[in-house]
Design a binder for this molecule. Sequence first.
Ligand SMILES: C[S@@+](CC[C@H](N)C(=O)[O-])C[C@H]1O[C@@H](n2cnc3c(N)ncnc32)[C@H](O)[C@@H]1O
Length: 274
Amino acid sequence: MADDELGDRDFERFRDLIYKVAGIRIPPTKKVMVANRLRRRLRATGIVSFPAYYAHLTSPAGPAEMPAFLDAITTNETYFYRDAHHYQWLAETFLPEAARRPKARGVPIRIWSAACATGEEPYSIALKVAAGRQALAGRDVSILGTDLSGAALETARIGAFDERAVHLVGPEERNRSFDFDPALRRWTLRPEVRSMVTWRLHNLLKPVDGGPFDCIFIKNVLIYFDADSKQAVVRHLLAALARGGYLVVGPTEGIFSMLGTLTKLKTWLYQKPA
Ligand SMILES: C[S@@+](CC[C@H](N)C(=O)[O-])C[C@H]1O[C@@H](n2cnc3c(N)ncnc32)[C@H](O)[C@@H]1O
């Protein structure tokens, strides 16, 4: 076998490692995809074969390579206003209601976009918050975006997007909140919107700091998690959710049966009892 081919046994070892570190069960059919993604790491590190790369990752030097390994294996596909009805609910129901709730002075309304990839999800939230300032009656809103991929978060921080990412953002909102570079055909969010989101590396298999959150978005990430790793994630999400707080769940998460302690309001919307 050529050095740059991924053998079945090595594929299994990488699959096990990915599961252990990130909770993701890569399907056996995805060998070519995994090989292509890891090949980039072989080139970048100068390591000549997949077994040698695996040995490196699991050696004492492994922790230094792990972030780049996770960047390579995660899929960061996302765009603004994905599932537009989630954002309609946020703007029309959640924000006005949260603003009316009595809260300790100085405590902001806290929203967490868990597994935010390159930032389009928390930035969509920020755009709705910016547009709804009046309904918020002076209440502060803090928005946290977290992901396992540091490279995705770096892109998020920069806040520049291609046409595809903003295809659901209307022309008025684009003009109000983005600067357009016609040469690069890039839309860059204005600093006042970018500064509304705080970014942090975070693994969903671990507890999160910064809660309790009044609303958590968990979307399009758990599709390849198995029942055990989903359970671990759900346990942390529920612990981080404020009483009366809402969980917005993506269509492919497969965790509905694990949310028994929450009140189901819609197929994608759950609330923790107050
Ligand atoms: C397809 S994107 C979803 C982005 C956004 N939530 C959306 O729905 O458009 C999935 C993201 O989950 C992240 N991810 C995968 N496993 C994770 C884990 N164990 N902890 C935190 N993030 C993880 C990936 O890095 C990737 O950016």
